[in-house]
Every structure is written in C-alpha cells, then in structure tokens.
Design a protein around this ligand. Structure first.
Ligand code: 13P
Ligand code: SF4
Length: 367
C-alpha cells in the first residue's frame, strides 16, 4: 500500500517504470524438490561431517577461497561458510579479506558490492541468477530522472541496488546503518532515499526529516510479512519480544500497536539481520517473534539456543537466496563460475558511495 508520506515522484515513476510490478519467482524448494520451510537440508548429505562438506573445504583451500554467507542462506551453506553476516558485515569482511577468491553465497548485488570493494580479487557467486526483487525496483535511468527533479539533493541508495544505481548515488547504506548515513547529511539538504519504502519510512521516523523523499519500492518477501500476520503472532504470544527487519510491511503497524499499548514498546525492536543476532545474544525473552526471511532463524537459534524463535510469517522465504544450493557451491568452486564483473568506470563511481557506507555506523554482526 502506498502512503502519502512517500515521494509522489517515486510513485509516479514506479507506476510508469519497471519498479512496483516485480513478480516474485516461483515457490522456494529444497534440493529434493520439497517446499522450503527454513529447516536445514538433510544433515547426512550436507552436515559438517558429510562428504559434501569435506569437498567444499578441500576445493576452497586449493583455490585460496573465502566463503561468505548471508544470514538468509540455507543452514548447510551458513555452516560451511568462513563468515556469516548481514550485508554490511559481509561487505566489510570482503574488503578486508586477503583471499584470492571471494565466494559470495548471497544474492547478486551483494557479490557485486564485494567486487566493487575488492576489484583485484576474483569474486564468484554460485548462481548468478540469484537476483533481488528490491534491487529490480529502480534502474540508473530512473534514478537520473529522479535526481533531475531534485537538483542539489543527496542520493542515499540502499545496498540492495545494482552497481549502476550505486554509481549514480552519493552514499549507500544497509538496514544496519541507514539512520546514521542519513544523519551524516546536513539537516537542510534534501535527500533522495531508495528503493525500499518501508526502510525509508523507518529512517524518516527515526530522523524526523521532512526533506527525505522515498522511492516506492519493496521487497516481495518482506512486504509479505504483513500487519495482519504480525497482529495474529503478537496476539498469540503477547509477552514475546519482536524482532522486525525494517524492510517489512508490518514495521509501521508494530510501532502503532506499541503506541496504542497492545505490545509493550520496549519489546518492539527494529533491527537489521546482524543487529538481530546481537540482540539475541544479550536478550532475556523466552520467546521472540521474528519478522524477516526465515533463513535468519538458523543463526538466531545457534546464538541463543534457550530462546524460542518463531517466524511471524513461516512462508517468508527468499527464492533468490535459496538458489545458492549445496550443489551450486561445489560447482562454483570446481568450475570458477559464476564470476561477477563490474565494468571499471561504474565500479570506480560506485566505490565512493560504497566506501562511505562501510565507514559509517557501528560494525554489524559477522562471525
Ligand atoms: P541485511 O542488510 O539486514 O543483511 O538485509 C539484506 C536483505 O536483503 C534484506 O532482505
Ligand atoms: Fe532481495 Fe528481499 Fe531477497 Fe532480501 S529478501 S535478497 S531484499 S528479494
């Protein structure tokens, strides 16, 4: 649903352009073709002691490869990776790594960001088709047209964008530092923020900025974590803590419920995936309702085994993230594919915005 607090220009452009009408890919399935429910794939085939795991480790050592995995990856991939984290933590790790090859188990824009930060290294993604419905919501031409309508505005692009869009941006941000990135811009300067409208609304709420224009894009997985699902989950366990990723469609509703007293305000925590892990480590709540992609539950349960983590929407699986299958990871290491390239001029322009993102905010969680 579009709200009046969002940019009227973004709305017009989304209706006319590529954004706003992205069809999610098909249902997410595990390697045996069963609908994916967030539980680990068969541990005998993919556990740490399996022949698959030994082969992955052998190939990675042979090629001086570091394996990075996003918190939404399937558990077997998270468990075999050298580092697991949110997109900011993984960008920082990629930039600091000395490995010759970076294998990025995540989606394409994340691997592109690693390549932008580490241009002299080989960056591989096990399946280059692993895109992102949110990154598809704005392209460089649309951003240029939006900028032309707001001369002098500073452009803050979410990391979930293509390299071309980053090259047109002044700063990038992730969900863990979006508020700090916007706060780093003088208060009287107009800001164009995109492409996620729910994150944009969150940044507006937290900064109180009225000169922040928000592009009307959304992630199909997080938009599907609705206010209705949140109300049902919190009514069932009112004493539970609530971890909400700011891309969720239910973020405003959770804050509204806290304001009207239906949920204790101190229980509502709007967090990036890395911040969720930090909160899980230090939290005391016996039950936590988790509003984000269900791959997140694996790391949460590992860091706080005594807490009952429950998804607000058990069907919130990102089909793109799950394209990185155990078999695809082996193929990637064996064949050196799919290699991620970013053309030099685009990479150079995008690097300024990405480096500013990496420099701002407290380091996010990453093993
Ligand atoms: P994080 O920045 O929290 O890792 O989230 C990335 C993402 O794709 C959310 O859908
Ligand atoms: Fe993109 Fe949404 Fe998947 Fe994150 S969960 S990678 S924003 S489609």
């Amino acid at each position: 649903m579009l709200s009046a607090e969002h940019s009227e220009n973004g709305a017009a452009r989304n209706a006319a352009g590529a954004g706003g009408s992205v069809s999610p890919p098909g249902e997410t399935r595990d390697p045996d073709g069963r609908p994916y429910d967030g539980r680990p794939y068969d541990p005998r085939r993919y556990g740490p002691a399996s022949p698959w795991a030994r082969e992955v480790r052998r190939l990675a050592a042979e090629q001086d490869a570091v394996i990075l995995a996003h918190n939404y990856q399937e558990p077997a991939i998270q468990d075999i990776a050298d580092h697991v984290g949110d997109s900011l933590a993984l960008s920082r790790i990629a930039a600091a790594s000395t490995a010759q090859v970076i294998v990025f188990c995540g989606v394409h824009f994340m691997a592109e960001t690693a390549k932008i930060l580490a241009p002299d290294r080989t960056v591989l993604i096990p399946d280059a088709r692993a895109g992102c419905s949110l990154a598809d919501q704005i392209d460089a031409e649309q951003l240029r047209a939006w900028k032309a309508e707001h001369p002098g505005a500073v452009v803050v692009s979410y990391v979930n964008t293509t390299a071309e869009v980053k090259a047109e941006s002044d700063l990038c941000c992730t969900s863990s530092n979006a508020v700090e990135v916007v706060e780093s811009i003088p208060a009287d300067v107009e800001v164009l923020f995109g492409p996620d409208m729910f994150l944009g609304a969150h940044v507006r709420r937290r900064t109180g900025r009225t000169n922040l224009h928000v592009w009307l894009g959304e992630c199909h997985v997080h938009a599907g974590i609705s206010a209705k699902a949140l109300t049902a989950a919190t009514d069932a366990v009112p004493e539970a803590d609530l971890f909400i990723h700011p891309e969720c469609g239910c973020t405003s509703s959770a804050i509204h419920r806290a304001e009207e007293g239906a949920v204790a305000p101190e229980r509502v925590k709007v967090l990036s995936t890395g911040q969720m892990l930090e909160a899980a480590r230090t939290g005391r709540a016996p039950t936590v309702l988790v509003a984000t992609e269900i791959g997140m539950l694996h790391q949460l349960r590992k860091v706080a085994p005594g807490t009952d983590f429950r998804p607000v929407n058990p069907g919130a699986a990102c089909q793109y993230m799950k394209m990185i299958t155990p078999e695809a990871l082996v193929r990637c290491l064996r064949e050196g594919k799919d290699e991620v390239e970013v053309p030099g001029p685009i990479a150079r322009r995008a690097r300024r915005a990405v480096e500013r993102m990496v420099a701002i905010g407290t380091p996010a969680d990453g093993e």
